[in-house]
Design a protein around this ligand. Structure first.
Ligand code: NAP
Ligand code: HSE
Length: 440
């Protein structure tokens, strides 16, 4: 090791994850060098505003405002992209590859939307693009899916894959706190995306699910096929009612193999309170994978934040440094499957997805209403697992909320049932629908 010169790294972005990466590389420099076989040295880094105060040590690193100066630096062997978003990240990554550099990125949006193009460019140039930090922060789920579970037919996976959403839902459940106030705290802690609506509206989780599904099923990255629903409409009442029924509401990304195709969906989901995923709280993430051979595997850890994410970035750096001495043909394929084995399979439209449901409706408190609702459900083959009529004065006199849990049914039948329920004169407002998963 002593005889090999340090590997020179160029860093794009000095924000939450960029800062964490520098800190971890410095603090654990000796350990990391002994694992990688060479010292890893960040020689140049870029940020938009070089006058900004940073709470980490940038001494010895040349700081530049132009990110293209990093990817064009002839000394740099590995570029670490921690800017986020598509522009200019996509161009920078492609240019780094064309310049013969390996790339490490935490940018799930970039991989989910442009990964197919980027991996093709990487392969053409004989370079690695590593992206462990792009999914579930500090949890090494990419490595597990791609390598440790390579012998399995993955039947389904389900995960809490957005730390910000889980942080907010946990605070609503445990402390009854206000949505906006908790979001501001998540932003302050560096968990949220630059545009936090990506977190709250489920887009970030959909980016991550796109990547996990490609690894699990050998399909191309296809973000546009993911059904996406965020947590904006979840109220404290829904959280409390779910709790009374023995459930918790979690924002899940779910990918499931079915005979007719693959379910790809991100939405708030009721899960039994004793289910392991129901007990993953705060910024913690967890991914549950059902393999035909391994059975159920549960990975959990911190899903966001400077050092947990840096842990994955640095692990990728170590992998790339190790690979610098091996021949490119025999490296681990980017999407777990060999490029010529990646093939399209149908992704099921949401109407064909099968799940159970939590329904909450406000009804006029008069005889026969419940019978009308259950008839509409029954006519569509939707059977009821539990029903709760609650005392609730907030919606006005004479109005009561009713919560119904159903057994599994196709989304299409449920859409039709909700349409007819909402048309009943006794129903006030919209029916709240949250999907429910037994995760068996
Ligand atoms: P961040 O704190 O906003 O940092 C972004 C950095 O990139 C900043 O240094 C910023 O410069 C620089 N930058 C922004 N736009 C730029 C542009 N147009 N041109 C050049 N530089 C630009 O972001 P982050 O939270 O570290 O996230 C970085 C990446 O990691 C994203 O892809 C994110 O999705 C991913 N990620 C984040 C987390 C997390 O917990 N935060 C976890 C996993 C993955 P200034 O500092 O001068 O503003
Ligand atoms: N904004 C993301 C989250 C960062 O909250 O999970 C980690 O990917």
């Amino acid at each position: 090791m002593a005889s090999l010169p340090p590997v020179k790294v160029g860093l794009l972005g000095l924000g939450t994850v960029g800062g964490g990466t520098i800190t971890v590389l410095r603090r654990n420099a000796k350990l990391i060098a002994s694992r990688a076989g060479r010292t890893i040295e960040v020689t140049v880094a870029s940020a938009r505003d070089l006058t900004k105060a940073r709470d980490f040590d940038t001494s010895g690193i040349r700081l530049v405002a132009d990110p293209f100066a990093v990817v064009d630096d002839p000394e740099v062997e590995i570029v670490v992209e921690l800017i986020g978003g598509i522009k200019p990240a996509r161009e920078l990554v492609l240019r780094a590859l064309a310049n013969g550099k390996h790339v490490v990125t935490a940018n799930k949006a970039l991989i989910a939307l442009h990964g197919n193009e980027i991996f093709e460019a990487a392969q053409k140039n004989g370079k690695v693009v590593a992206f462990e930090a792009a999914v579930a922060g500090g949890i090494p789920v990419i490595k597990v899916m791609r390598e440790a579970l390579a012998g399995n037919d993955v039947l389904w996976l389900a995960g809490i894959i957005n730390g910000t959403c889980n942080f907010i839902l946990t605070a609503m459940t445990e402390a009854g706190r206000d949505f906006g106030e908790v979001l501001a705290e998540a932003q302050k802690l560096g968990y949220a995306e630059a545009d936090p609506s990506f977190d709250i509206d489920g887009i970030d989780a959909a980016h991550k699910l796109t990547i996990l599904a490609a690894l699990a099923f050998g399909i191309p990255l296809q973000f546009d096929k993911v059904f996406v629903e965020g947590i904006r409409n979840i109220t404290r009442e829904d959280v409390a009612y779910a709790e009374r029924l023995g459930y918790r509401i979690k924002h899940l990304g779910i990918a499931r193999q079915r005979e007719q195709g693959i379910e790809l969906r991100v939405h708030p989901t009721l899960v039994k309170a004793k289910q392991p995923l129901a007990n993953v709280n705060g910024v913690m993430n967890a991914v549950m994978i059902q393999g035909d051979a391994a059975g159920q595997v549960l990975l959990s850890g911190r899903g966001a934040g400077a050092e947990p994410t840096a842990s994955s970035v640095v692990a990728d750096l170590v992998d790339v440094v190790r690979a610098l001495t091996s021949d490119t043909e025999h490296r681990v394929p980017h999407l777990a499957f060999q490029p010529d084995a990646v093939e399209a399979q149908p992704i099921l439209p949401m109407e064909d997805v099968e799940t159970a449901y939590y329904l909450r409706l406000n009804v006029s408190d008069r005889p026969g209403v419940l019978a009308d609702v259950t008839r509409i459900l029954g006519d569509r083959g939707i059977s009821i697992e539990a029903l709760l009529q609650l005392e609730h004065k907030e919606e006005g006199p004479g109005t009561v909320p009713i919560v119904i849990l159903t057994h599994r049914v196709r989304e299409k039948a449920m859409n039709d049932a909700i349409h007819h329920i909402e048309a009943l004169a006794a129903i006030q407002g919209r029916v709240v629908r949250i999907r429910l998963e037994a995760l068996k």
